[in-house]
Design a protein. Structure first.
Length: 456
C-alpha cells in the first residue's frame, strides 16, 4: 500500500476517535452543568443520555482511546502530542480498570477509582470533576496530534477543504445535543402546589425541583422520576411518608417527618436516596423491601417506637446489593438491619441502639466496613442465621449489656456470630465493651481467611 494511503487511513482513525471523544466530552459538560448549575448530586447527574452512563461504557470508551493513542505513537514517533496523549490515555484506562473491577466485585456504580476524592489516593476532586478534566485533556491532545500530523503533510488546498467538513461535524453534534436537551423534562414545584398531583402528571424520567417549603404526604411514586429539594415532606402516622414502587427513582435533599415509615421502597431497583433525613417515624426510618437501592448520606433519628429500625433491607436476595453509606442512625432499637438480602454497609455512624448496632441476618450476605458504633446496648456487630459476613475496619465503642435479656450474646459484645453464621473479620477495633473479644455461638464459624461472598 502506498505511504500516502497508509497515512490517510491512519488519520481517518484519529479523526473518528476525535469525533467519538467530542461526543463523550459533551456528556461530561452536561454533567458539570447538572452538578454545578442545577445543583444535582453526583449520583443523579448522568449527562444527556443517562442510559449510557454505565461503567462498561466508560471502560470501553477509555480502552478504545488508549488503543488509538498507542497506535498514534507507533505511527508517528516524532509527534509530541502523541507522546503526551499515550501516558494520559493509559492512566485514564487504569482509573477505569479499578472502577470496573470494583463494580464487578460489588455491583456498586460511581466509585471513585484512584485519584478522585475517597479513592485509593484520595485526591481533592470528586470523580465527575476529575474525569471531566481527564476527558478534556484527552480531547485536546487528540486534536493536537491530528493537527500536527496534518500540518506536516497537507497542502493549503487540503487544509481549506477540511473546514466545511469540520463545521458539518460540529453542527451535527450540536443539533443532536439540542434534541436531547429539549427532551429533558425538568419542572419546578412550589410548596403551595400539591406535590402528589405534580408527581402524577409528570412523565417518566422527569426531574422535579422542589422549592424550599413544607409539602404534605403521603406520596406515592409509581414511575421513574427524580425529586430534588431542599424541601420537607410531612406524613401521618399510619403509612409511609414516601412510597417508591417503581425502578429508576431518585430522591435528594429531602427532610422526611412522621409516618409509620419515612421512606418505603418496594419491588423496585435502581433507586437512589441521597442526603435524606428521617425524623419522627414510628416503625422504620428507611425500609427497602424486595428492592435494590443506593443510600448515601442519610440521617435517621428520633423514631417513636421502642422497636424501630433505622434502616432495614428485607427479602431482597437475588437483586443488585443495596448500599448504605455515610449515614447517621441514632436512638433506635436496631440501627441498620439486613434480612435475606445482599448488602454493603460502609462508613456509617450508629449511636444509642437498644439491641444491635448493625445486623446481617437470615441468610444475608454482607460486607460491613469502616462503620462506627457507639453507646449501644446488647451487640455492636451481628452476623446471624446462616449469613455470610465480611466485617472489616469497624470501630465499636462503649457497648453495654442488655439488662432485660437473659441470653449470653446480648451481654455487650463488640461482635457476635450466631446460628450457623460464617464471618471473616479484619482490622476491627473494640473499645470499652462489656464483654471482651468476639462472641461465637451455635454452630457459627469465625474464619481466619477471606470467604466467598456470593452476590448478584
Amino acid at each position: 500500500m502506498p505511504a500516502a494511503d497508509r497515512r490517510s487511513r491512519a488519520l481517518l482513525v484519529l479523526q473518528a476517535a476525535i469525533i467519538l471523544q467530542l461526543g463523550h466530552q459533551v456528556e461530561h459538560v452536561v454533567q458539570m452543568i447538572q452538578m454545578h448549575v442545577d445543583g444535582q448530586p453526583p449520583a443523579f447527574a448522568h449527562g444527556l443520555i443517562g442510559r449510557l452512563d454505565l461503567e462498561w461504557v466508560h471502560f470501553g470508551m477509555t480502552l478504545g482511546i488508549a488503543i488509538v493513542a498507542g497506535l498514534a505513537l507507533m505511527w508517528w514517533p516524532k509527534n509530541p502530542f502523541a507522546w503526551l496523549l499515550t501516558p494520559l490515555a493509559l492512566w485514564h484506562l487504569t482509573e477505569h480498570s479499578v472502577i470496573l473491577t470494583t463494580y464487578l466485585r460489588t455491583g456498586i456504580t460511581g466509585t471513585p477509582g484512584i485519584l478522585a476524592r475517597d479513592g485509593l489516593l484520595n485526591g481533592p476532586l470528586s470523580r465527575p470533576d476529575l474525569h471531566f478534566l481527564y476527558n478534556a485533556a484527552v480531547l485536546l491532545l487528540l486534536v493536537g496530534a491530528w493537527a500536527w500530523q496534518r500540518r506536516r503533510g497537507a497542502t493549503v488546498r487540503e487544509r481549506l477543504a477540511r473546514v466545511p467538513a469540520l463545521g458539518m461535524t460540529l453542527g451535527v453534534a450540536a443539533a443532536l445535543s439540542l434534541i436531547v436537551v429539549s427532551s429533558t423534562r425538568v419542572q419546578w414545584v412550589a410548596a403551595e402546589q400539591s406535590l402528589q398531583d405534580a408527581i402524577n402528571r409528570a412523565p417518566a424520567g422527569s426531574v422535579l425541583h422542589l422549592r424550599p417549603g413544607l409539602y404534605a404526604g403521603p406520596l406515592f411514586i409509581y414511575r421513574s422520576l427524580t425529586l430534588i429539594g431542599p424541601a420537607t415532606i410531612v406524613g401521618g402516622p399510619d403509612r409511609a411518608v414516601i412510597t417508591i414502587a417503581a425502578s429508576g427513582v431518585s430522591l435528594s435533599d429531602l427532610d422526611v417527618r412522621g409516618g409509620d415509615t419515612g421512606v418505603l421502597v418496594t419491588r423496585a431497583t435502581r433507586v437512589n436516596l441521597e442526603n435524606i433525613a428521617v425524623t419522627g417515624a414510628a416503625r422504620r426510618g428507611i425500609d427497602i423491601v424486595q428492592s435494590s437501592a443506593q443510600i448515601h448520606r442519610c440521617r435517621v433519628t428520633d423514631l417513636t417506637s421502642q422497636f424501630a429500625w433505622g434502616i432495614g433491607i428485607v427479602n431482597s436476595n437475588g437483586r443488585t446489593p443495596t448500599t448504605v453509606q455515610a449515614c447517621w442512625v441514632a436512638g433506635v432499637q436496631e440501627g441498620i438491619v439486613s434480612h435475606v438480602s445482599s448488602v454493603f454497609i460502609r462508613d456509617n455512624d450508629v449511636r444509642r441502639t437498644a439491641t444491635r448496632g448493625i445486623a446481617v441476618t437470615e441468610m444475608s450476605s454482607g460486607d460491613v466496613e469502616r462503620n462506627r458504633i457507639e453507646e449501644a446496648i446488647g451487640t455492636g456487630l451481628y452476623c446471624g442465621d446462616r449469613s455470610i459476613c465480611y466485617l472489616r475496619a469497624n470501630t465499636v465503642k462503649g457497648m453495654r449489656a442488655d439488662p432485660d435479656s437473659p441470653v449470653t450474646w446480648s451481654r455487650g459484645y463488640g461482635a457476635v456470630l450466631l446460628f450457623g453464621a460464617d464471618a471473616y473479620m479484619e482490622g476491627n477495633v473494640f473499645i470499652d465493651t462489656a464483654m471482651p473479644g468476639v462472641g461465637v455461638f451455635v454452630k457459627s464459624t469465625l474464619h481466619t481467611e477471606p470467604i466467598q461472598v456470593s452476590m448478584p
